[in-house]
Design a protein around this ligand. Sequence first.
Ligand SMILES: Cc1cc2nc3c(=O)[nH]c(=O)nc-3n(C[C@H](O)[C@H](O)[C@H](O)COP(=O)(O)OP(=O)(O)OC[C@H]3O[C@@H](n4cnc5c(N)ncnc54)[C@H](O)[C@@H]3O)c2cc1C
Ligand SMILES: NC(=O)C1=CN([C@@H]2O[C@H](COP(=O)(O)OP(=O)(O)OC[C@H]3O[C@@H](n4cnc5c(N)ncnc54)[C@H](OP(=O)(O)O)[C@@H]3O)[C@@H](O)[C@H]2O)C=CC1
Ligand SMILES: O=C(O)C(=O)Cc1c[nH]c2ccccc12
Length: 423
Amino acid sequence: MENLFRLVNHEDFLSRRCIWVNGPVIVGAGPSGLATAACLRDQGVPFVMLERAECIASLWQKRTYDRLNLHLPKQFCQLPKLQFPEDFPEYPTKRQFIQYLESYAEKFEINPRFNECVQSARYDETSGLWRVKTASSAGSTKTEFEYICRWLVVATGENAERVMPDIEGLADFGGEVIHACDYKSGEKYKGKKVLVVGCGNSGMELSLDLSNHNASPSMVVRSSVHVLPREILGKSTFELATLMMKWLPLWLVDKILLILAWFILGNTESYGLKRPSMGPLALKNTMGKTPVLDIGALKKIRSGHINVVPGIKRISCGQAELINGEKLDIDAIVLATGYRSNVPSWLQESEFFSENGFPKAPFPHGWKGNAGLYAVGFTRRGLSGASSDAMRIAQDIGKVWKEETKQQKKRTTACHRRCISQF
Ligand SMILES: Cc1cc2nc3c(=O)[nH]c(=O)nc-3n(C[C@H](O)[C@H](O)[C@H](O)COP(=O)(O)OP(=O)(O)OC[C@H]3O[C@@H](n4cnc5c(N)ncnc54)[C@H](O)[C@@H]3O)c2cc1C
Ligand SMILES: NC(=O)C1=CN([C@@H]2O[C@H](COP(=O)(O)OP(=O)(O)OC[C@H]3O[C@@H](n4cnc5c(N)ncnc54)[C@H](OP(=O)(O)O)[C@@H]3O)[C@@H](O)[C@H]2O)C=CC1
Ligand SMILES: O=C(O)C(=O)Cc1c[nH]c2ccccc12
C-alpha cells in the first residue's frame, strides 16, 4: 500500500505518501474527536486522529476569549470515562476546561497528527475503503498524505468556520473589524465605541466584556433572541429544563421556561430583545439557535452600558447606518455572527450529510451513516451530545473490530501491511 515519491519544485519540497490505517480515521481533535478516541481506546480499537491545528481543542485554545467560562454546569460538559476534578467550580473556566482536555488526551494516550488539514475524503466503492487526503506543511516541506481506512469519523464540529456577513460598505469602514473568534479581551477597547454585530451567546458575552473594560458597546439585534437566566432559584436553567423534559412535552417545558424567565428577567422585549415565536428549546433543536444564558449582559443593557440597536443598513467610514435611519459613530466592529460546519468543503458524500454540513437525520440518529461513515458532535446539544455520539460510535466499531480480530487470530494469518495507527 505504501507508495512514496517526492517532487522537487525549486527550493520547496512536495512529498506524497499513502498510508494504510488499521482502524478508523478521526478527523478533528476537539472534544468530540477526543471523546471518540477515548471510547475506542477502551474497546481496544486502534485509530489515527487528524487535526489541522497544532494543538488539541483548537476552538477552545485559539478561538475563544480570555474570560470565557462553560455556560452549562460541569456535569453536562465532562467527556466519557473521566470526570472533572472535584475542585472545579460549577462553571469551569476556559483554562480549566483546556487543562481537563489535555489530561484527557494524556490519560487515553491520544496523539493526533497535528498540522494536517483534511482536504478531501471519499468512499472508494471498488475497494470498499475510505480515501482521506490531507495537506500538511512543516517548514519548507509540504507533504500530502492519503490515508486509506475502513471507518471515517467526522469530528470537525459545528463551529469549524466563522460566518462573515455581507454588509454593505464594510470594506470602507476604515477601523478594526474582527470576528468574535479573534476577540480576546476588552482591555484594548477602553473608551472606544464598538459595534457588536449579533446577539447570540458570543455577542452578549463580548458586549458584557467590553462594558466591563469601560468600552461602549452597541449590540445589533437584527431579528430576535431568547434570553434565559443561567440559573433559576439557584438551580441551573439547563438542568431544570433537562429534568422537566423527562416528564413533560417540549412545548410545555418551553412555556414554563419563558414564564420563569419573565418573572426573573422581566419583559426583555422592552430593551429591544424581541423573542422568537418558537420556544427556546424547540428553536435550539430544530434550527440549532442556542438561547442566550445570561451571565450579566442584561443588567448592563438595563443600565444603558450596552446599547441595543436594530439591523445595519450600511457601514461607511467610521459610521454605521441602522435600518431605523439612526447613524452611529464607531471605532471598531466585532462580528459575533456565528459559525458553520466545513464538512461539505471536504467530504464527498451527500446521503448522510446535508448541504449545511450537518447529518440529515435528527438527534439521536445522526451518528451513523453508510459504509463506515460516522459523525460525532453535530447534535446541537453541546458537549453532552458529543459524548453520547462518541460512546455509540466506539461501541459500533468495537463490535465489528472484536469479531474480526477473533477470526483473524483463529486463522493466525500475519498482517504485513504497514500500519501507523496507535495501539
Ligand atoms: C465559544 C463557545 C463556547 C461553548 N460553550 C459550550 C458549553 O459551555 N457547553 C457545551 O456543552 N457546549 C459549548 N459549546 C459548543 C461547542 O460546540 C463544544 O463545546 C465543543 O467545542 C464542540 O466540540 P467538537 O470537537 O465537536 O468541535 P471543535 O471543538 O470545533 O473541534 C473540531 C476540531 O476539528 C478541527 N478541524 C476542523 N476541520 C478540519 C479539517 N478539515 N481537517 C482537520 N481538522 C479539522 C478543528 O481545528 C478543531 O480542532 C461552545 C461553543 C463555542 C463556540
Ligand atoms: N459561554 C459559553 O459557553 C458560550 C457559548 N457560545 C456558543 O457558541 C455557539 C455560537 O454562538 P454565537 O457565536 O453567538 O453564534 P450564533 O449563531 O448563536 O449567533 C449569531 C448571531 O449573529 C447574528 N447575525 C448573523 N449575521 C448577521 C448580520 N448580517 N447582521 C446582523 N446580525 C447577524 C444572528 O442573528 P439572526 O438570529 O438574526 O440570524 C445571531 O444573533 C453557540 O452554540 C453558543 O451557545 C458562544 C459564546 C459563549
Ligand atoms: O453552548 C452551546 O453551544 C451548547 O450547545 C450548549 C447547549 C446545548 N443545549 C442547550 C440548550 C440551551 C442552552 C445551551 C445549550
